[in-house]
Design a binder for this molecule. Structure first.
Ligand code: HEC
Length: 143
């Protein structure tokens, strides 16, 4: 075979390899570990919380929908005193568990006066377990 006729084949091979490398979808097969498996860093969580866009799909950031000031409702509830409120939000759930669930599965519990399906639903797969734990740790500091 002449070198020239190999070129298209080579290109197809490279494309196939790129697809395997990028489209493997290992994220789905490897769900984020539960909140207990990583230790959150509140300072890192605060920085994440303030980002205008967040996560691998550039979703709207937390503070585009949530304020940290009491009584200020943007799209979602204010996160003032969120750490305190989280502790008694759901019977049998710790504050951290409630916050973790609220981020990865926002429709599991709907805050009174708000509507299901409004909070961006894919943070659980867009963010790493560490990032989610960091956000939980930051919200826990809001007393
Ligand atoms: C598109 C708007 C939107 C974005 C972006 C958003 N949220 Fe929300 N969030 C909501 C709405 C609306 C609710 C209330 C309905 C519900 O419980 O799902 C809510 C509820 C919550 C609650 C429960 C609050 C309570 O008072 O019980 C937490 C915790 C929370 N969000 C955390 C976050 C974090 C952390 C981020 C960023 C990673 C984020 N949210 C991004 C709209 C948003």
């Amino acid at each position: 075979m002449k070198t020239k006729s190999l070129l298209p084949l080579l290109i197809i091979l490279l494309l196939a390899l790129t697809l395997v490398a990028c489209g493997g979808g290992s994220e789905e097969a490897d769900p984020a570990p539960a909140s207990g498996d990583v230790t959150g860093n509140a300072a890192a969580g605060e920085a994440l919380y303030m980002q205008p866009v967040i996560g691998k799909n550039s979703a709207p950031g937390c503070n585009t929908c949530h304020s940290l000031e009491a009584g200020v409702t943007l799209v979602g509830p204010s996160h003032a005193s969120m750490g305190t409120r989280a502790a008694s939000a759901v019977a049998g759930q710790s504050a951290e568990e409630f916050l973790h669930e609220s981020i990865v599965d926002p429709n599991a519990v709907i805050t009174d006066g708000f509507t299901a399906g409004v909070m961006y639903p894919a943070f659980g797969t867009d963010l790493s377990a560490q990032e989610i734990a960091d956000l939980v740790a930051f919200l826990m500091t809001q007393k």
